[in-house]
Design a protein around this ligand. Sequence first.
Ligand code: TXA
Ligand code: MG
Length: 324
Amino acid sequence: MSLTTALIDSPQQAAEILRSGGLVAFPTETVFGLGVDATCDAAVEKLFVAKGRPSSNPLIVHIADASRWTDAAAAITPSAQSLLDAFAPGPLTVVLPRRAEISGLVTAGLDTVGVRVPDHPVAAEVLRLTERPIAAPSANRSGRPSGTRWRSVLQDLEGRIDAVFREDGPSLGVESTVVDCTGPVARVLRPGAVTLEQIRNVLPDAEEVSADPERGDRDAVRSPGTLHPHYQPRASVQLIDSPAEIDATRTKRVAYCGLVPVEATESLVLCSVFDSVDAYAAAFYEFLREVDRQEVTTVYVQLAAAEGIGHALRDRQRRSAGLQ
Ligand code: TXA
Ligand code: MG
């Protein structure tokens, strides 16, 4: 595949490309999304090729307004309605029964569809002007860290997609929380920027689901995307609780990120210390990308505590190290 990837800055241009079956990366409040018309099989097929994404991993469908859920889903449930009332627009995806017009490639053959209303002026305007449900996975090559800067998107996808929206906004840095709302009890399939505590304030019985294969096939099938490798830099990722675990003599080029400062050494070529877990989450993917640009061999990642947004960050950190 070789396309000329245009750098664009008008939602109108993005909408025109999307309406004609093209692929456009645009910013959302979480990470950049790679958008495509969710009703067009041929366009969706191109997207899977561009990302190198396994066809068994379904895509989230984005809509301009929560009241337009019928653009993507065949029915809504009380749990989904409550979550949308509380968090839409925002970093939340509700899984509902699929509407027939949504391409079966988008849902990877499932009878359900993930629906999200992004809270970002560019994403919202693109969706409003396109007037179609837009499937948008994170705008990275499959397996790589997600991108929160247009230059990172270009690095992964130049020549493979039609356009990238040239705008970097503040982003939360972790993706939306995916909640299966099809059953009697809501189930959090992927932790994300809406915290588990916030979900349980609305739905006290919401369960968290692990994709750990030992917990049975049902969960694995319910949350297919969590089984594939994700967020991995080329460097070896070592998860640590404290910087005391850093072995700076072992390799020549070491990197560290975390909340606790470390002492400079000759082999520590890249170091990012954050003053809050929110700042840590916002910067984590771009830090991993910088690790590769600097040809680091081992990156030490201080694990976030599993509370608030730290819960989602910790999940991404574990996956970057190849753990489930
Ligand atoms: O914040 C986000 O959600 C970003 C921005 C661009 O909106 N998108 C994103 O998409 O993270 P992606 O494709 O990287 O991750 C989608 C996740 C995967 O884990 C996938 O398995 C899950 O959502 N998913 C999508 N549809 C599903 C469905 N019908 N049932 C269960 N899980 C689903
Ligand atoms: Mg992704």
